[in-house]
Design a protein around this ligand. Sequence first.
Ligand code: ZN
Length: 443
Amino acid sequence: MGAKGKGYDLGIKGEDGWRLPAGVVLDTDDQRKQYLAPARENRRHILCYCQDPPIAMSVALRRETGRYYLTPARRASKGGNFTPPKHRTDCRLYHGDRGPSAREGETLPGVEVGGDDTVRVYLAAALGDPEAQPERPPARTDTRREAAARRTRERIGFPYLLRMWWTRAGLTAWSPDPERSPWVDWYEALSAEARKIKVTKKYRLADVLYLPQPFSEERKEAIEAEYRDFVSAAMVQGADGEAVRPRLLAGVVKTIEDGEGGAKRMHLWQKKFTLVLPAHMVESYQEQAKAGQTIEAPQQEGERIATAWVFVLVLARPRASRGKPGHYWWKASEIAAITIHSRTAIPVESSYELQVAEALVTAGRAFVKPFPGHAGELEVDGMTPDFVCVDRTPPVYLEVYGRMGDPEYARHTEEKRRRYRRQGIIPWEWDPLTEQRMPDLPE
Ligand SMILES: [Zn+2]
């Protein structure tokens, strides 16, 4: 579990100061909030007394979990002239502050990291028999801390699963590679990673997923057979006739058109079958996919423009097509969508980010575009940078500020800038409202 190593004292100096064993401060989310929230509020450092002089730590707040945690007050710059002081090897902060219930850097409740490069996720929607309730995290516990962690453990939704899958498959990172081709490489990376994510006690993501393989005329028969097997695995004979199991389908959206009663009919690239989004899901899909377009959207003739595609992960059940024995369509019950740069699969969240991604690829840069909350080591003071060029030492951070006219967004931007300053980082910035043209990329 998270608390490895010895609990040296933590403390904060001043009138309202305190000095307590690390366990008292860090063992539960409530204790963290009690001791760390005021320090964060007042921008004060926490001292770890494992060394003399003590090591200064900043307090950060992970927004999606509401958990407070400690990060080095200053980070090392690769090849730079600053190396932060190291915690004693037996200090619980030596490997970083992983939170009370998470292991190996995964701090989200609902995700457990296994020792063999696998992760186990607890999904909000059931994947087993139709009657089955959403699965509960394990009931057996060994310690009081584990029991507390279990009570607070959430189940994750499909948007999180999709982002985790994409990140672990390496598709948020790009380095120049003339051999790399769209879809063939993405398919391999995503398929390999789907075998490492356990979505139920029994199944890995790959066992319950249809991800269309790259189409080729020679493989046509095999592709059809694979799809037929997938459909029949979703059918179960019940006492009162045929019942179906929900399954996952994923791919790049090729077309989307109006269906009956406000529903939408969706087709994916590479393999033709129909997914139906009921009317009540359409708004959620459109909100998630607003920065992208379908693959058949018209392109400007002769002009090489960057394109954003939409990739979806859909939970759906097969339905027999009326009057067409052996044919099925899929009725969706959950959908997660991301927008990706069409040449590289790098995720983007706006047309401005698409321009930045395109410019970085054209300039032959190696960079990472993390999803918010999935930046791992690239986090800066608890926040997710928009882009990080990892081909420079120290790395170069890029920020695209949209919507600066919106006071709420402007405040968020100011907070980001403050945190960069606090870490001694000057990011490359683009505010499209004041500068229509993207500034030159950083050297
Ligand atoms: Zn320490």
